[in-house]
Write a protein that binds this ligand. Structure first.
Ligand code: CDP
Ligand code: CDP
Length: 230
């Protein structure tokens, strides 16, 4: 029912973007697109091939040549590069520590934004990342900037590791802070709240509550557009 819209969800690491975006997409029967996974895929393949992450030319070339495909599935999204499922390679500490460097390069950002805009062309997409509301989909009908305190975000990620944690909470908090700093300070499409984005602080908030709010705002935006067309 209603006119499908695009929803942009941006914010720092561990704010709850992917969890919330996936549930909003499922509530609205929209397609969920995790753009961070695309930057992670470029980074993982660079590390696998031994391409130094400081070699901007080679990393840029890799981003332009790599065939990256996203495949929606029950628990989110699978990522394929050059016909291989690389999903399990994307969330290592090694990728965490190098992805913001890779993501700072213009050639990488231009290529990823081009692929992402293509995915959102038909509308009905919930896309999460850092620059979706500001650069990739500046015309998205609903924009959310999701945050939480740095301590809470590190704690969430630490809990996800469970008993297999091969890193201390302090190290994790340090890694996240460093990635956030690089994402906020980069010259091209930095992490930033769009002026027309709704700010949602998820600290201490239940996931369901945030999902319900966003789904409600989305339905309202969709109705407004449908009404405008009559
Ligand atoms: O899940 P988490 O919040 O830890 O990270 P992610 O969303 O998978 O993003 C990983 C990294 O990719 C970020 O730290 C950014 O450096 C980069 N990224 C970006 O530059 N632009 C986006 N639209 C999405 C991610
Ligand atoms: O995608 P992003 O890095 O922004 O965060 P996420 O991976 O969706 O969320 C990180 C963790 O925080 C997940 O384990 C979520 O279940 C949890 N979370 C939470 O406890 N409360 C919220 N309001 C949102 C997320």
């Amino acid at each position: 029912s209603g006119h499908p819209i695009n929803i942009a969800i941006d914010g720092p690491a561990g704010a709850g973007k992917s969890t919330v975006a996936r549930l909003v997409a499922s509530a609205l029967r929209y397609v969920y697109v995790d753009t961070g996974a695309m930057y992670r895929a470029v980074t993982a393949i660079a590390l696998e091939r031994g391409i130094p992450v400081l070699d901007e030319i080679s990393i840029g070339r890799l981003a332009e040549e790599l065939d990256i495909r996203l495949q929606p599935d029950e628990d989110g999204q699978r990522v394929w590069t050059d016909g291989r499922d690389v999903t399990s390679m994307l969330r290592t500490h090694e990728v965490n520590r190098n992805v913001s460097q890779v993501s700072s390069y213009e050639a990488v950002r231009l290529r990823m934004a081009e692929l992402q805009r293509r995915m959102a062309k038909e509308k009905g997409v919930v896309m999460d990342g850092r620059d979706i509301g500001t650069h990739v989909l500046p015309d998205a009908e609903l924009k959310i900037f999701l945050t939480a305190t740095p301590r809470e975000r590190a704690l969430r990620r630490f809990r996800e590791l469970g008993d297999d944690a091969d890193i201390t909470l302090e190290q994790l908090e340090h890694d996240i802070a460093e990635r956030d700093r690089m994402d906020r300070e980069r010259a091209i499409a930095p992490l930033l709240q769009a002026p027309d984005a709704k700010l949602v602080d998820s600290t201490g908030l239940a996931i369901e509550r945030i999902v319900d709010d966003i789904a409600r705002w989305a339905r309202a935006a969709s109705r407004t557009i449908s009404a405008g067309e009559k």
